[in-house]
Design a binder for this molecule. Structure first.
Ligand code: MF3
Ligand code: CO
Ligand code: CO
Length: 332
């Protein structure tokens, strides 16, 4: 790209030649530099009414890890089905709310209210000091974007990561949504990322190592020359938001823990158009792609069963796009 030309007021669309005259597509030339997401203003922390049961970190912002069995009791599993279904419903409603012109803070306000209406505490709030009730990750933001005064624009993509704490357990799920009309490359990224997530879920089998999940995800991403983020991984979940189990989204034979019936963990691949490497904003939460290109993510909380897997954050709209009976494509 050339550094001297001045950008015109009206930008080309993604696949048109860049305004600078390089002959490259705009999306591969100046757009990654011009279109970066900028931090906005974060509103004051929202409060949660007294009648909602809160996790221990809600008051302090400090997460103290307790011992927790990887294999859950039937009672914990029953409660996790409810927390998972609650998170899935909140995510679906929040996704329907996404449109050009609203701020990510408005999404936070809505998710916060949806959780409380359902008797749930929004797990992100004050988790290690995280200031909001949902993560909103736009365009090149990989994960943990903090809702703020930034307005969603037509053509953006946004990941909403919802976690609900209800009945003493957490349910964690996320999806990437289109803001109005998006370009084909973004649409493809979202579709392949959702497919990766479900291929990971379908690799869950008692007796197999966790590394089978990352193997399935990485193979699908590679086929389309997409990147797999390595710095953020899936995790055990239950009475605590994050427990010991680690779920890599790429193949590493050292991820050798054997899956056993009753285990619960998340699968949440972050897939990139360009590099898989990240940079951190000064807020120490917002992770972005190092090259500024877009990234997408989907997440489910799953239970290993005697003969396969149960998706605890399933529910309407969560069917695998890989399955022959499913709608063909992303939820967005
Ligand atoms: N929901 C995220 C995950 O999938 C974690 C968010 S932690 C927060 O693990 F503090 F940023 F909310
Ligand atoms: Co998670
Ligand atoms: Co999550």
């Amino acid at each position: 790209m050339t550094g001297t030309a001045t950008p015109p007021a009206a930008r080309p669309s993604a696949n048109e030649p860049c305004w600078c005259g390089s002959g490259r597509k705009y999306k591969r030339c100046h757009r990654p530099l011009e279109g970066r997401v900028l931090p906005g203003t974060v509103s004051p922390m929202r409060s949660v009414p007294d009648h909602i049961a809160k996790p221990p970190y809600a008051a302090t912002g400090t997460v103290a890890r307790m011992p927790e069995s990887a294999v859950k009791t039937p009672d914990v599993i029953a409660r996790m089905r409810i927390a998972g279904a609650t998170a899935a419903e909140v995510l679906r409603l929040a996704g329907e709310f996404v449109r050009p012109g609203i701020t990510t803070d408005a999404i936070d306000e809505y998710v916060h209210a949806l959780c409380i209406e359902r008797g749930a505490y929004p797990s992100p709030l004050n988790y290690s000091g995280y200031p909001k009730s949902v993560c909103t990750s736009v365009n090149e933001v990989i994960c943990h974007g903090i809702p703020d005064s930034r307005v969603l624009e037509e053509g953006d993509i946004v990941n909403l990561d919802v976690t609900c704490y209800v009945g003493g357990v957490h349910g964690d799920t996320n999806a990437t949504f289109a803001v109005g009309e998006i370009d084909d490359e973004s649409r493809h990224l979202i579709a392949v990322t959702e497919e990766c997530t479900w291929l990971g879920i379908e690799a869950v089998q008692p007796g197999k190592p966790l590394s089978e999940i990352g193997r399935a995800i990485e193979a699908r991403a590679k086929r389309d020359h997409l990147g797999v983020v390595r710095a953020f991984i899936g995790h055990g979940i239950g009475e605590q938001f994050h427990t010991d189990i680690q779920v890599l989204h790429y193949y590493d034979p050292r991820n050798s823990t054997v899956m056993r019936p009753g285990m619960t963990f998340t699968i949440e691949p972050m897939i990139t158009l360009g590099t898989w490497q990240h940079r951190m904003w000064d807020d120490d939460w917002t992770a972005v792609t190092a090259d500024g290109r877009r990234t997408a993510q989907f997440e489910h909380t799953v239970l290993v069963t005697d003969d396969g897997v149960e998706v605890l954050t399933g529910g309407p709209g969560a069917a695998s796009p890989c399955a022959p009976w499913a709608r063909g494509g992303a939820t967005a």
